[in-house]
Design a protein around this ligand. Sequence first.
Ligand SMILES: [Zn+2]
Length: 243
Amino acid sequence: MKRRAFLAGGGALLLAGCTSTPTPATTPDASATAATAEPTPSPTPEASTKTPATPPPDERSGEGLAVPYEVDGIIVVSPAHRVSAAYVPAWAERPNGLHPDAAAGFTALAAAAQADGLALSLRSGYRSYATQKASFERALRTYPEETARRYYAEPGASEHQTGLSLDAWDGSNRGSAFARTPQAAWLAAHATTHGFIVRYPQDKTTITGYAWESWHLRWVGTEVSAAFAPDPSLTLEEFLGLA
Ligand SMILES: [Zn+2]
């Protein structure tokens, strides 16, 4: 496996829950979701087998890891694998705070969508720990707690803090409204062709901790994403043996 390929350039990243909701009225704003952290250059992962390159996660109740947890070179940031407020990827200052490969990947993805007649743009990329904290707290004030937690990651538990994830949209529909757009269906069918996975598939909440987010994409690189093509509802946790 060459899973580390997508991390070329070194640096750690991971996931973050973002969210939107299939629930009518109270659909959280997808862009206000998940992750955050402060940029701290992290070492380039060299793992070539499913051996954690970082210490076993024991950060559930702590402050999170200074360097994202990884399995086989693939960064994982989730409620079970958090990063600290001090973690800021090296590319946080780039446009949208995205890893260069993820940014290029999205450009290609959007071009492919356009070729199929669908406008697709980036709504939210990197989010710092502080930004995520504010977003999560706002969600708690806005929605019932369970809904907020299904769609918004706590600070440190958002993939957005890694700069490897992004929220896409059609320019006008968010949350559950976006889930009903042709773009959402297109992403479900074609994201894996371009190095991305829909990170929080429908009906996988018990595994990911988040509701279905048709707009939240995680860059994993085309070699890894190809493994998800046969079953786009496969989760990263299942793929990495973490489920
Ligand atoms: Zn998101």
